[in-house]
Design a protein around this ligand. Structure first.
Ligand SMILES: *Cc1c(COP(=O)(O)O)cnc(C)c1O
Length: 437
């Protein structure tokens, strides 16, 4: 075991030295342990770390507020009126959309609801929503309540697709097959870009095409996909998408969220939509007239004037993504996750099982690791890691989720995770384990 660990340590050191994105780690505040050393942070799938620039961009806005007050809407280096336009190009690039197709607003679940107002329109016999079994609870609650809102019964109109017999994961083919056979009843397919529990990444084009082919609308929840895997939303042909910015986008707890509306819907006046003054065309917004004139593209879905103090961190974060480039980030991410996966499989395969797909095309950076012995041992390992300064995430009943984020994680972090996992195996008396044994 010592030998294998040594080899893994050398490899991590070499990969960190060759990493041409390594400098981006210095752009983040890395949480520390009590002894002052860096925590090995693997929870970018839940809350991304804080970019150093966040403090100064927020200070700038506080300054603008204190000095310009109401004039801050129109004056200063970046008037608040123009904030959305400032963020739009980088964000559109990140999700593979045209700038007018994206808007920054609200929070994720709110956006899902607002978009379903427009894109879940049960009619005749086409009234059902298709989601995955084991969807993120908020998405499930949202679609269930939308169905009730239309006077329908979730027990009849909410369809939760399961993996085919003998499989743990649903794949695109399962969705296609289901829609070929049952698509006439489906009004909306709502699907994740990356599944939060398993880390599985989906081919969104296939899913959007299958939905459109059977006459259904299609929306994506990109909470775990944005900033994690390359996206080309426009080309998928989906109708809408929504995401949050506090996971891989590092924009802070409860950060303002984003949404996408495909351009083919932009000038439709037959589409119902909930309106607010910020969705009004900017040219006539301040005439304060009684009649709503929709703004361009996704902006028409905005309701309120935006939360600038929450948009500022997103601006800082998008600058980092622009500077690093999503393609390079994805390159490092693929390499780092493969290093970790190979380490787990080769070293700890008898104790741990990775349920995330092995094919790099079918996953982002996250690995979901099942502890073969189940709940009790799993929780023990999770706690053990925590006391060793390795922060992972526990999902009942037996899964540990780890996400090496290419902007700030190092191969060294992944090595430390492997080393402490191995030590734990030694500590519970599995023969041959433990670097200290
Ligand atoms: C993180 C996450 C959410 C969280 O929703 P909020 O409205 O931001 O609280 C919802 N759905 C999915 C799939 C998520 O991963």
């Amino acid at each position: 075991m010592e030998k294998i660990l040594k080899k893994l340590a050398d490899e991590a050191r070499r990969l960190d030295q060759e990493d041409n994105l390594a400098r981006f780690r210095d752009e983040f505040r890395i949480p520390r342990r009590d002894d002052g050393s860096d925590l090995h942070y693997f929870c970018g799938h839940s809350l991304g770390l804080q970019p150093r620039a966040v403090e100064s961009v927020i200070r700038e806005e506080l300054q603008a507020w204190s000095q310009q007050a109401v004039r801050g809407h129109f004056e200063g280096p970046l008037p608040w009126m123009k904030y959305n336009d400032e963020l739009r190009p980088a964000l559109a690039q990140l999700v593979g959309a045209k700038p007018r197709e994206v808007a920054v607003m609200n929070t994720l679940t709110v956006n899902l609801h607002l978009l379903m107002v427009s894109f879940y329109r049960p009619r005749g016999t086409r009234r059902k929503i298709l989601i995955e079994k084991h969807a993120f609870p908020s998405d499930r609650y949202a679609v269930e309540s939308q169905i009730r809102f239309h006077g329908l019964e979730p027990s009849e109109h909410l369809v939760e697709l399961e993996a085919s017999a003998g499989h743990r994961l649903i794949d695109e083919r399962d969705v296609e097959k289901f829609l070929e056979q049952n698509g006439d009843d489906i009004a909306l397919v709502l699907w994740p870009g990356v599944q939060y529990a398993t880390g599985q990444a989906f081919d969104l084009k296939k899913i959007a095409q299958a939905a459109r082919l059977c006459g259904s609308n299609c929306g994506f929840d990109l909470a775990h996909a944005i900033g994690n895997v390359p996206l080309s939303l426009h080309d998928t042909g989906c109708d809408f998408a929504a995401w949050c910015h506090y996971k891989y986008l590092n924009s802070g707890p409860g950060a303002v969220a984003g949404c996408f509306v495909h351009e083919r819907h932009h000038d439709r006046d037959d589409l119902p939509r909930f309106h607010g003054w910020w969705g009004n065309d900017i040219k006539s917004r301040f005439e304060m007239g009684p009649e709503f004139k929709p703004g361009t593209g996704a902006d028409a879905w905005q309701l309120s004037n935006p939360p600038i103090l929450s948009m500022a961190p997103l601006r800082a974060s998008l600058e980092l993504f622009q500077a690093a480039g999503m393609e390079k980030l994805r390159g490092k991410s693929t390499q780092m996750t493969a290093y970790l996966a190979e380490g787990i499989n080769s070293q700890l395969g008898s104790l741990l099982e990775i349920i995330t797909p092995a094919d790099p095309q079918r996953r982002g950076c996250q690995l979901s690791i099942r502890v073969r012995e189940g709940h009790e041992k799993g929780r023990q390992l999770f706690r053990y890691l925590e006391t060793r300064g390795v922060l992972t995430d526990w999902r009942e009943p037996d899964v540990i989720r780890v996400a090496p984020a290419p902007l700030y994680n190092r191969f060294e972090d992944c090595f430390q995770l492997l080393r402490h996992m191995s030590d734990w195996a030694g500590s519970i008396g599995i023969p041959g384990y433990g670097s200290a044994s």
